[in-house]
Design a protein around this ligand. Structure first.
Ligand SMILES: Cc1ncc(COP(=O)(O)O)c(C=O)c1O
Length: 341
């Protein structure tokens, strides 16, 4: 099976497993795991923030990051297709009383003017007040879209001027960094809280880090423990993330090329099915065909892709597939889409 359902399906390499096996560890709830601390400090430094908190998932980092910025009963603004709105099981509302209001972007990107028109930091006694905005870079359901840096800078300035906080879901910020060549820190300093993941394109088995000010991270540590997310000898997992930082960032360019190879093979056989392919995620329009049927037929031919909507498929390239496998998978999907209904 050529598995293109997600970049989360990778298995740790022998080198990564060796790093995990030899990691120095301690009890992280006591703050005594040296490998966890090294990862938190390194990630915070990379993003230009004071402190970091290693968590089991990107969802947990987003949950904590947003809770630091939005008090119960206030609102978070984000894209309608944002992971925080669509794929975190309503946790922000269910657990922290956060109200979410969304804009409808184009492949996950909107204009600064649209966000400005929605900000209501002081909404008075009848409407919900805006406490924070969340952006996603790259944008998963938007198709691996890279947010233009100028837009991020404008939104950051807008929010700072309005007294509204700004969170970045940067689960795949590494991909944006490689696609644009902009240093990671260039993105980091524009936001109050940032999530980055190691378990997606970077190939670690588990883990994300939330970065923010030291005061905010101290509060996040309490919130994480409250949610049952305190962990002990997590250095075994942090070692995998550190190994990923050392070895797997620059090579994301290969995943981007493999995504283009996949998309090219689909487009040759099914013109119009594919839009832009800025990073490692390809969104495929199945036209009149049901995405679920196409995904099932592709699986029967050895290619796994995700049905994300009635007529939308998603393919994601990663460490464990080669460019030629991706091109081969693109032929299969393209043939299925190009065949008469
Ligand atoms: C953009 C984005 N943010 C957050 C997450 C959540 O990460 P996790 O699966 O580690 O909770 C994902 C997962 O795919 C994602 O795509």
């Amino acid at each position: 099976m050529i598995d293109l359902r997600s970049d989360t399906v990778t298995r740790p390499s022998p080198g990564m497993r060796a790093a995990m096996a030899s990691a120095a560890v301690g009890d992280d709830v006591y703050g005594e795991d040296p490998t966890v601390r090294a990862l938190e400090e390194r990630t915070a430094r990379l993003l230009g923030h004071e402190a970091g908190l290693f968590c089991a998932s990107g969802s947990l980092c987003n949950l904590l990051g947003v809770a630091l910025l939005v008090p119960p009963g206030a609102e978070l603004l984000c894209d309608a297709q944002a992971h925080v709105a669509r794929a975190e099981m309503g946790a922000h509302a269910a657990l922290h009383g956060v109200s979410v209001r969304t804009w409808r972007g184009d492949s996950g990107v909107t204009t600064t003017g649209d966000i400005a028109g929605m900000l209501q930091p002081d909404a008075g006694p009848f409407l919900v007040s805006t406490a924070a905005v969340a952006l996603e870079n790259t944008h998963n359901f938007g198709g691996g879209t890279v947010q233009p840096l100028a837009h991020l800078e404008e939104v950051s300035a807008l929010c700072r001027d309005a007294g509204v906080a700004l969170h970045l879901d940067g689960a795949r910020l590494w991909n944006a960094h490689v696609a644009t060549g902009a240093p990671i820190e260039t993105f980091g300093h524009l936001f109050d809280t940032v999530t980055v993941s190691f378990s997606k394109g970077l190939g670690a088995p588990v883990g994300s880090v939330l970065v923010a000010s030291a005061e905010r991270i101290a509060r996040a540590r309490v919130l994480r423990k409250r949610l049952g997310g305190g962990w002990r000898q997590a250095g075994i997992l942090a070692a995998a993330a550190l190994h990923a930082l050392d070895h797997n960032v620059a090579r994301l360019a290969d995943d981007h090329a493999a995504a283009r190879a996949f998309a090219g093979a689909v487009a040759e056989r099914a013109p119009g099915a594919i839009g832009d392919v800025p990073t490692n995620i390809v969104v495929i329009d199945t036209g009149a065909k049901a995405a679920r049927d196409v995904a099932a037929a592709a699986a029967a031919r050895g290619v796994a892709v995700s049905a994300l909507g009635e007529h939308v498929l998603r393919a994601v390239t990663h460490l464990d597939v080669t460019a030629s496998q991706c091109a081969e998978a693109g032929v299969v999907v393209g043939e299925l889409l190009g065949a008469p209904a």
